[in-house]
Ligand binder design. Structure first.
Ligand SMILES: *[C@@H]1O[C@H](CO)[C@@H](O)[C@H](O)[C@H]1NC(C)=O
Ligand SMILES: *[C@@H]1O[C@H](CO)[C@@H](O)[C@H](O)[C@H]1NC(C)=O
Ligand SMILES: *[C@@H]1O[C@H](CO)[C@@H](O)[C@H](O)[C@H]1NC(C)=O
Ligand SMILES: *[C@@H]1O[C@H](CO)[C@@H](O)[C@H](O)[C@H]1NC(C)=O
Length: 353
C-alpha cells in the first residue's frame, strides 16, 4: 500500500486553503443533530441524534481512524462512483466505442473499481459548521477505464434541525460518460453497535425490483414484488420473511413514480426501542437495499464488532449495470451536461403507540 501522509484537522480549528492531500474531519451541527464527514472518499463518518428519552447515539457504522477507512472493503459511509453498483464484465459499449473498466469483483466492476470515488482524496470547497460541507473531485479521462474528464461536487447540508440533505453533481467536461453516484452509509437506528437490524420496521415505496443472477448482476427483467419477500409496500420488520431469503437483501428496487426526477419519498425505517424514524427522499429511480449480508466480524468504532445484519444500506441511485441494459434508465451524461442527485434524510423520534 502507498504511504500516504495525512493530517487530521478538526473542522472548527480550520480556516481556508486546504491542501488537496490533507485529510480532515468536518463536523456539522444544529440543535441535537450532529454529523461528521471526511474528504477521504467524501465519506459520512457519524450521525448522532437523541432517542425518545433524549439519549444520544451514533447511528452510522464506521471506524475510529481514517487508516481503517483507507483499508476497508465495506464502503462504510463513502460516496461511491464514477458508477456505483456492478457493471457486468467490467465493460460497456457506447456509440460504437468499447470501454474496458477495472474489474475489482471477479470479472465485474463494483462501485467504480479498485480506486473509485470512495477511495480518493477530495478537496474541500467550502465548509460552515452550522450549514454545510462541500467536497470536489476532478476525475480524469480514463480513470478506472471511464471516458472523459468529470468534475464532481458533493455537498452535505443541514436543513432545519432534523434533516440532512446530500446533493451530488457531476459535469462531463469532454466526453460522454456514465455517472451513477451513491452514498454507502450503513444505518442502525438503535445505535451503530446495537446488534442486528432485523427488528427495524421498513417501508419501501417500490412495487418492483430488478432481479439478479448469482453474481448479483441484473438479468434485465423488472419484476413485481407482490407475493414475494421483497414486498415492503406495507411496513413490516426486515427479519419477518428472511426464512425465505437466508442470504439477506441485496437488491435494487424500482421506485414508484420515478421517471420525472422529482424529489420523492423512497423509504421509511422505524426502530421501536429508540423511537427513531428515518425517511429518505431521492430524485433517483432506484434504491439498492442491502442488509450488510457480507459483514463478518468487522472491527468498528469504539471496540464494536459488526456482523451480518449489523446495518442497512439504502443506496438511492440509478439501476445497476444500466450501461449494459438499454431498457433501464440511461446513466450517460453528454459532454457539457451535468448529472444531479439529491437525497434528503428526515429524522423524527416518537414514543411507541
Ligand atoms: C488492513 O487490512 C488487513 C487485511 O484485512 C489487516 O490485516 C490490517 O490489520 C488492516 N490495517 C489497518 C490499519 O486496519
Ligand atoms: C457518436 O459518434 C459520432 C461519430 O464519432 C459523433 O459524431 C457523435 O457526436 C457521437 N455521439 C455521442 C452522443 O457521443
Ligand atoms: C482531460 O483534461 C486534461 C487536463 O486538462 C486534458 O489534457 C485532456 O485532453 C482532457 N481529456 C479530454 C478527452 O479532453
Ligand atoms: C405514486 O403515485 C400514486 C398515484 O398518483 C400515489 O398514490 C403514490 O402515493 C405515489 N407514490 C409515491 C412514492 O410518491
Amino acid at each position: 500500500m502507498l504511504q500516504v501522509w495525512f493530517v487530521f484537522v478538526l473542522g472548527f480549528l480550520f480556516s481556508a486553503n486546504i491542501q488537496a492531500e490533507e485529510i480532515g474531519i468536518y463536523e456539522l451541527q444544529r440543535g441535537d443533530l450532529s454529523a461528521t464527514f471526511t474528504n477521504y472518499g467524501a465519506t459520512m463518518l457519524s450521525l448522532i441524534l437523541p432517542d425518545k428519552n433524549g439519549k444520544l447515539d451514533d447511528i452510522v457504522l464506521g471506524y475510529d481512524t481514517i487508516e481503517e477507512y483507507m483499508n476497508d472493503t465495506t464502503y462504510f459511509g463513502a460516496i461511491v462512483g464514477r458508477v456505483a453498483n456492478r457493471i457486468a464484465g467490467a465493460q460497456f459499449t457506447f456509440n460504437g466505442t468499447h470501454y474496458n473498466l477495472d474489474a475489482n469483483e471477479g470479472s465485474n466492476m463494483l462501485h467504480g473499481g479498485s480506486k473509485g470515488f470512495g477511495e480518493v482524496i477530495w478537496s474541500v470547497q467550502s465548509y460552515q459548521e452550522d450549514s454545510h460541507v462541500s467536497f470536489t473531485y476532478n476525475s480524469f479521462d480514463g480513470e478506472e477505464g471511464f471516458p472523459g474528464n468529470l468534475s464532481v461536487i458533493v455537498t452535505y447540508m443541514l436543513i432545519d434541525s432534523n434533516k440532512l440533505g446530500v446533493r451530488m453533481e457531476a459535469k462531463a467536461l469532454d466526453k460522454a460518460t456514465p455517472v451513477n453516484l451513491a452514498l454507502h452509509t450503513y444505518w442502525n437506528l438503535a445505535g451503530h453497535n446495537r446488534g442486528d437490524i432485523l427488528s427495524h420496521e421498513i417501508q419501501i415505496l417500490a412495487d418492483s425490483i430488478t432481479p439478479v443472477d448469482e453474481a448479483l448482476i441484473p438479468t434485465g427483467q423488472i419484476k413485481p414484488v407482490n407475493g414475494t419477500p421483497y414486498d415492503f409496500l406495507a411496513p413490516r420488520t426486515i427479519g419477518s420473511m428472511l426464512d425465505q431469503l437466508p442470504d439477506g437483501y441485496d437488491i435494487n428496487y424500482v421506485l414508484q413514480n420515478n421517471s420525472l426526477g422529482r424529489l420523492q419519498k423512497a423509504v421509511q425505517v422505524h426502530e421501536c426501542v429508540s423511537g427513531r424514524t428515518m425517511e429518505l427522499w431521492t430524485t433517483k429511480p432506484g434504491l439498492q437495499f442491502y442488509t450488510s449480508n457480507q459483514l463478518v466480524e468487522e472491527k468498528g468504532k469504539d471496540g464494536s464488532v459488526y456482523r451480518k445484519y449489523a446495518g442497512i444500506a439504502l443506496e438511492t441511485q440509478g439501476f445497476p449495470d444500466s450501461v449494459n441494459h438499454p431498457n433501464f434508465p440511461s446513466q450517460m451524461v453528454m459532454p457539457g451536461e451535468s448529472y444531479q442527485h439529491v437525497m434528503v434524510y428526515r429524522f423524527t423520534t416518537k414514543k411507541n403507540n
